[in-house]
Design a protein around this ligand. Sequence first.
Ligand SMILES: Cc1ncc(COP(=O)(O)O)c(C=O)c1O
Length: 384
Amino acid sequence: MDEQDRRWREEFPITRDLVYLNNCSLTPLPRSGRERIERFAREWTELGGRAWYDHWIGEYEALRDGIAGVLGAARDEVAIEPNVSAGLVGIASTLDYTKRPKVIVADLDFPTDGHAFHAVADRGARVEFVRSPDRVRVPLELFERAVDERTSAVCTGHVYFTTGWIQDVRALAELCHRKGAVLVVDAYQSIGAFPFDVHEAGIDYLVGGTLKWLMGGPGIAFLYARRAIAERARPSAVGWWGVMDPFAFDVEHLAYGTGARRFEYGTPAVAAIYAARAGLELLAEIGVATVRARHMLLSQRLVDGAIAQGWTVRCPRVAAERTAIVTLEHPEPQRVVDALRAEGVICDSRPGLVRLSPHYFNTVDEMDRALELLAPLRALAATA
Ligand SMILES: Cc1ncc(COP(=O)(O)O)c(C=O)c1O
């Protein structure tokens, strides 16, 4: 382990005791995040409600700047959300399904990407699915065939949560716009994992959150809305923080806030703001390009090692096509996860899959340790 590895790992106390390979679910709390949460607790203890004005509203707006920075967006294009689901519900509430009832989602997408639009069925929405032919990728041609003049939106992942495959959202945006549909990107698994700029991609909406590659924990998510779209949007899912002047306390009128702000709801979870800001700052210090290089190195070590052991790998084999999500097929994945856990290696399961996701602070030695433990577990079901 070199000096840089050591410095990176000091920030994550969990690395002293465990080989932590579940970062695409939740990155562990960094030291700086813990310090910020403790600061929040002090302010709450010492100031009570005064803390809103002295600190918390300022922290909220600074968080908006941090999120805008990592997306390449302007601050008025960013709304802070309690989770991705809430952001999607807001977006789904803006669309007119009368002439364009179709919403296209992929079968590999995270459930909430479909649910938000199923829930507006009584307003005319009809969710249709494009189906991945190899259960890894969702080729552009499938969207090309599915999207037509009766399609209001495509809502799909930037990176698919069970395969790590990176979707070409720029090409998808171009395709959607040609047919008059909006593109909603679920970027929970991509933001922070590789360099990305929302304006360059030309997408309309994006949702994501801080608990995975952004290292900021649960409770904070975000919504990007392209300015031209945001200014016209009239969400029916609203809250008092999303209006033009929340502190006017006007119950009689609804004046939408400027830009994406109209997609915000009510009082935010302030401890989560503090942790989220620490995660974003840590990422800025490390650099997204460095994170990407480490992800490619570490995940390739796992993929190559697993293939050599005879595992069927679900994620793409080529590092350039995927993030640091490595999925291995197994009939009883939770048994594999439990066996690894007993030896101090933390990963996760999804139906039929063992999922390992290193982050930049993991080491090549840790990949080899996980592989050493995985070797006898491939045949676990057969010997049970
Ligand atoms: C791609 C993707 N979308 C959405 C979510 C979760 O969304 P929410 O913030 O609503 O819990 C996850 C988290 O696991 C995810 O991987």
